[in-house]
Each structure stands twice: as C-alpha cells, then as structure tokens.
Design a protein around this ligand. Structure first.
Ligand SMILES: Cc1cc2nc3c(=O)[nH]c(=O)nc-3n(C[C@H](O)[C@H](O)[C@H](O)COP(=O)(O)O)c2cc1C
Length: 420
C-alpha cells in the first residue's frame, strides 16, 4: 500500500527515532513512568512508539499525532523533513506547543451541553467547525492526490480552506474539489506584476479572500529538513527543476501563464513588501484581504485601522518563518485587545488538540487553522487520513466546549481562559 519504498523509509524512521533527543539516554523506558514525561509538549512519544505497530487505518487513530509516524514511513525523508522542519534551534516550533500550557481553561458547571454547536461565521460564510486548513505548498509531496484530496476532505467537514500559491493544484481545481469558497494564499514575490497576476487568477476562480503572507521576507535555515534530506537516496533534481524562481514555479499550476522570468526577481520572497503594497492590492482586487503572519499588537492595530485590511491571521508560519521563540497563542491576547473586534482574527501554528482550539476561541479568535496535522493525515492515508484528522479535531473541540459548559462558540468568552 505504500507509495514509496517502505523498507527504506522504515529504516530511516528507526534512525529518526534513534536520533531523537527525546529518546537519548535510556530509551523508551525512561518515559514509561513518572518523571520528565509530562514536560514533553508533543505526545508523539506516547502513542506510536513501536514502529512495527503503527496505526493501519485512519479509524484506528486516537489522536492526530498517530498519523505523523505513518506519514514518516510513507513519505520520502526529504519531503517529511521539509514538512516537519522549523528553523535554526526550532525554539519557535516547540514554543507553539508549549504556549498552550501557559493558558488554563475555566470550566463552568450545570449548563445543558447535550447539544453543542461548533459552527463559526467568517465573512458571512458559516463553517461547521472553527478549524480551517492552513495553506501548505506542494501537497503532492505527501500523496499523489495532494491538494485535491485535502479539498475533498475539507468539503466533507465543511471546513474553511486556504490554498497555497505554491500548491501543486490550481486555485480553479481546488475550488472545484472543495465546492467553491477556497481562500487564496498569496506569496507576492518582489514583483508587483507577478502578485497582480496571481491575485487575478484567484479572483477569476471565484475565491472570496486573498490571504497575503507577510512573514516570508528572508531566507531560513531549515536544519531538520537539511539533515533528513541527506538520508534521501533519491535525486532531488529528478523532480525539482534546478534554477531560479522561474524554474521553481514552472511546475506550479497557479503560475501557469505568468512570465516569472520576465520579472527578473532574485527569489520569491517578499523582502520589499510594505503597507504600500497592501494599499495597492486593495485598489486592485474585490476580494477580501487578510494578512497572514501578524505577531505584534502594533501591526494588528495598523491592520485594523488601515481601512484596507479585512482580517488577520496570527501566525508564525508554524515555526518556519523566524526563530523568535514567540508562540502564536502567547501573542493572541495583545492582538485581540488591539483589534478590539474591528476585524476577524484567525490564528494558526501548533494547534493539535480541541483544548488548543477552545483556548484560542475563548481569548477571542474567530477561527483556528492547522497545517502539519492534515499533512500527516495526507501522507499516511491520503484523503481518508485528512478526513479523520479533521474529524478528530472536530470531536475534541466539541468535547472541550461541552467540558467547559458552553453550547456555542459565541459563549466562549475570555472568562473561560486565564494565564496559568
Ligand atoms: C510543509 C508546509 C508548507 C507550508 N507552505 C506554506 C505556504 O505555501 N504558504 C503559507 O502562507 N504558509 C505555508 N505554511 C505555513 C502554514 O500555512 C501554517 O502557518 C502552519 O503550518 C501552521 O502551523 P502548524 O503546521 O503547526 O499547524 C506551510 C507549512 C508547512 C508545514
């Protein structure tokens, strides 16, 4: 059933576990009892420790982490490494999980929670759940059906979905698979002409929102990616055309018909992006504009007062943008205060549990997006894996809401959460 060389991948997985700092000195036994185990933010360590006994079907999963090691077995080391990687010391990557420990929920009792409505409304559209699909590039690196599988899974649970500029599927095809309403994430590049052409494509495809990513302005050292790539026996150049941005975008359907070479850009990073770009974008498109990558209350306030921004996503790119050490859940309260209800505030980075989602909603987020968890599901079992990941997150969120004594998302106020 594996799409790749299973035996080789399994060997790599064993090396991966053996090389994990979590397992150094004493192996698994050290974590079986009390002691340091509760300090680990990521329970990968607990469930699928036996690589010979990983879940064999989506329905066997008891949490979203169960999919990650199956994905690790199925997916080539370079692709898995790219997905798993943070940057530098991966402090931000870990902070995104640890940040949730800094907040406690305050459950209330004796409310009838026999029916819990988890739906949220964003820009006039109702979604059955507050959990959305964050944009991630090149989903065919994890499963041949890539973004189409993700879009179909998003449709099953009626989830908000954002498609990456760097997707291996066009925005038109993703919209068709999802049944419309897919937001388009924009990597603007340093060239206005490229940005405008991408935005027009999304607009013509019927996307209601462009989510402009504002946190990829510099290069990065993805150390986990670099190390796992060395374990990959395949030749990257067989699939990835070597060369500059023109070559890199040739296989990306959203760039079809866009003359990247003519723009003569050194790379696709938006190092030159300023508020002028956002204002120019406002004059160019009818789509709602959302800024993805806000982390400071000053920028949130500027966005809310700009008159040209319809919403923001609090994001540190899943610990892949810079190694600031700042988790998004830590940044959320000051941002909610600065925005003061003027525009919707979405959030991503590190969300893995229903309680994570409920904490963010209680602080004031409108919705929450996930990245890696659905990629684990995709790499493990294709569309069925993504569906199950989303189902688990929905179930956990509904359960956490009921445990808190709330019947709908509107009832989740800041009174339900406090700094630990
Ligand atoms: C493999 C991978 C590819 C990504 N590609 C993009 C992208 O193309 N555009 C973008 O704005 N964010 C991208 N992101 C960041 C996600 O949109 C999101 O911010 C992040 O994954 C959320 O953190 P989480 O993975 O911990 O849930 C990517 C993340 C991953 C893991």
């Amino acid at each position: 059933m594996s799409r790749f060389d299973r035996a080789a991948s399994r060997r790599h997985f064993l090396q991966f576990l053996a090389g994990s700092p979590l397992l150094a000195g004493g192996g698994l036994a050290a974590f079986a009892g009390e002691g340091p185990a509760t300090k680990f933010p990521d329970p990968l360590i607990w469930a699928p420790l036996d690589p010979d006994n990983l879940i064999k079907s989506p329905k066997e999963a008891i949490n979203v982490f169960d999919f990650e090691p199956v994905c690790r077995v199925n997916v080539p080391p370079a692709h898995f490494g790219y997905m798993a990687s943070g940057i530098d010391d991966e402090i931000t990557l870990r902070a995104n999980r640890e940040g949730f420990l800094k907040f406690q929920l305050r459950p209330r009792r004796l409310n009838d929670v026999s029916k819990v409505d988890t739906s949220v409304e964003v820009f006039g559209v109702t979604y059955d759940s507050p959990i959305g699909i964050a944009p991630t590039g090149g989903n065919r690196a994890y499963d041949p059906d890539g973004e189409i599988a993700v879009a179909k899974a998003a449709k099953v649970g009626n989830h908000l979905e954002i498609l990456s500029t760097q997707a291996s599927t066009s925005i038109d095809d993703a919209n068709k698979a999802r049944g419309g309403n897919v937001w388009f994430q924009l990597y603007a590049s340093p060239s206005w002409d490229i940005a405008k052409a991408l935005v027009k494509r999304a607009e013509n495809a019927g996307s209601p929102v462009v989510a402009v990513t504002i946190d990829r302005v510099a290069g990065r050292n993805q150390e986990t990616f670099s190390r796992l790539r060395r374990q990959d026996a395949r030749v990257c150049g067989d699939c990835h055309e070597p060369g500059g941005p023109d070559a890199a975008t040739r296989s990306k359907p959203n760039f079809a018909g866009i003359d990247v070479a003519a723009a003569r850009v050194p790379n696709l990073l938006s190092a030159n992006m300023t508020w002028d770009f956002v204002r120019r974008l406002r004059d160019t498109t009818r789509m709602k504009i959302v800024l993805k990558g806000i982390l400071a209350h000053e920028d949130a306030k500027l966005a809310a007062e700009s008159g040209v921004v319809d919403g923001i996503i609090v994001s540190n790119h899943g610990g892949r943008g810079e190694d600031s050490g700042r988790s998004t859940i830590d940044a959320l309260p000051e941002i909610i205060e600065a925005v003061n209800g003027r525009i919707p505030v979405l959030i991503d980075s590190g969300f893995r549990r229903g309680t994570d989602v409920v904490k963010a909603l209680a602080i004031g987020a409108t919705a929450v997006c996930v990245g890696r968890p659905y990629l684990w599901g995709l790499g493990a079992f294709g569309q069925a894996g993504v569906e199950r990941v989303l189902e688990i997150l929905r179930t956990e969120t509904r359960t956490a809401m009921a445990q808190c004594g709330v019947r709908n998302v509107k009832e989740l106020t800041p009174a339900f959460v406090r700094r630990a």
